[in-house]
Design a protein around this ligand. Structure first.
Ligand code: GCU
Length: 427
């Protein structure tokens, strides 16, 4: 009997998990978006008005950062410096002589454990110190460009036949498969460098915590981070900061002009990296959606409950308390965007990417604008979204382009134009 009850119990909980995860019907009807109040980013949690940048930096910014660290992405439990870095390959005449290619291993050692990630860099040969876009890739460094010299990571990868990934390993077949989304030549021709890393090298994107960087901080017997400690997004963001530690040492890079970029879950990561590390001179969120730029309280497309169920390892466990309870959030994602002020921020959406809630992404940028204005910077002037394919380029920039969830040449053209105007020229 006991056994039967146990069996039925297990069966039932499987059923619930399954139901919660997959019987979710997203709302795509604007008229069904619930009524909610947007928290003013310039009023502190205890009701004080923030009237100048000094108060913002002393009171409000730290309390917001603290909220997101403890309740959304999770805190990094300690410090770990790069043990060693090594340029494992380079060529000053890459891309038909236009670029200097470097592949650099960044190594961490602690208590007998080792982790490394490889940064692939292309730097324009016509610049002494290049401004640079730094971003993770989903399918290996060798997927971003058709260049036979790019090393293929031997880390775990999610199987994907069309991208040449089988037995959880990348293969030659993945070379260049994402080149359209990276536009390496366009970036180089515009005078920027690119640095990219396969995100799985910092933490494989699986619902477990025994591999990647998390165990480096465990005390004896610990198997997963505490409820207010880092999930995978914060771990990936941490990796971007360590990449920045390296970039600051690289004399071919202008480390004062490193723009952190990310698409989708890696867009969420870029935003959190930009919020936590003020060395990033600019931040690009490409279709980052729920837990990224989109306002959670709209519950349009993906919701907090759905994301925590489908990707339980991405956020701090504390974030679960907002499942189907977005209204309890004392600040929405516009507070995350405001943490990037006064540094340039680009939020981009795609018309058919309703899952990521384009309007919610736009509104978050709009509601973060008051903080930019405190610094005399221009953000999003009105609640009215710009037309499709009509970028709005200020210190806070926004566009919604035609098409779906992706990074396209059009996106990169706008990022470069905005970077020219807002990051390089305005510096
Ligand atoms: C899923 C997830 C999104 C995420 C996306 C991605 O669609 O629900 O939150 O942004 O994957 O990273 O591609």
């Amino acid at each position: 009997m006991k056994k039967l009850t146990l069996f039925l119990g297990i069966l039932l909980s499987f059923h619930f998990c399954y139901a919660q995860q997959f019987e979710f019907t997203p709302n795509y009807d604007e008229s069904k978006v619930p009524q909610f109040k947007i928290t003013n980013p310039l009023i502190s949690f205890n009701g004080r008005k923030i009237k100048n940048t000094k108060r913002w930096e002393k009171v409000r910014r730290p309390e917001l950062l603290n909220f997101f660290a403890n309740n959304v992405y999770g805190k990094v439990p300690g410090e770990l410096e790069i043990s060693k870095w090594e340029v494992v390959e380079e060529n000053a005449n890459a891309l038909n002589g236009k670029a200097h290619r470097k592949q650099v291993d960044i190594v961490f050692n602690k208590d007998g454990k080792t982790l490394f990630f490889n940064i692939l860099m292309y730097l324009p040969n016509n610049k002494e110190k290049a401004p640079l876009f730094l971003g993770y890739n989903f399918y290996g460094n060798h997927a971003v460009c058709q260049d036979v010299k790019i090393r293929i990571p031997d880390t775990w990868a999610r199987n994907n036949e069309s991208y040449g990934i089988s037995n959880n390993q990348f293969t030659e077949k993945s070379r260049g498969v994402r080149k359209d989304s990276w536009q390496v030549e366009k970036i180089i021709d515009s005078g920027y460098g690119l640095a990219t890393i396969y995100y799985g090298e910092i933490d494989p994107d699986n619902n477990d915590f025994y591999n990647g960087i998390h165990p480096f901080f465990y005390v004896d017997g610990q198997q997963r981070p505490a409820a207010n400690e880092w999930g995978a997004i914060a771990a990936w963001a941490w990796g971007l900061s360590r990449a920045m530690d390296y970039l600051e040492q690289d004399s071919d890079v202008d480390a004062t002009k490193v723009i952190v970029f990310g698409h989708s879950r890696l867009g969420k990561t870029a935003l959190w990296a930009g919020a936590t590390d003020e060395r990033f001179a600019g931040v690009i969120s490409n279709n980052s959606g729920c837990g990224g730029a989109a306002l959670s309280k709209r519950q349009y497309g993906e919701t907090v409950g759905r994301i925590n169920n489908a990707f339980p390892h991405w956020f701090a466990r504390n974030f679960i308390s907002y499942n189907k309870n977005e209204k309890a959030l004392p600040i929405d994602q516009h507070g995350l965007l405001a943490l990037i002020a006064p540094r340039p921020l680009y939020v981009a959406s795609a018309e058919d990417d309703r899952w990521a809630d384009p309007r919610g992404e736009f509104l978050a940028a709009y509601y973060a604008t008051s903080v930019y204005e405190l610094y005399g910077k221009k953000g999003i002037p009105s609640e009215e979204m710009p037309q499709v394919n009509q970028p709005l380029i200020n210190t806070v920039a926004y566009h919604i382009r035609t098409g779906g969830h992706d990074v396209t040449a059009f996106d990169w053209e706008q990022y470069i134009k905005w970077a020219d105007e807002q990051v390089v020229k305005n510096f």
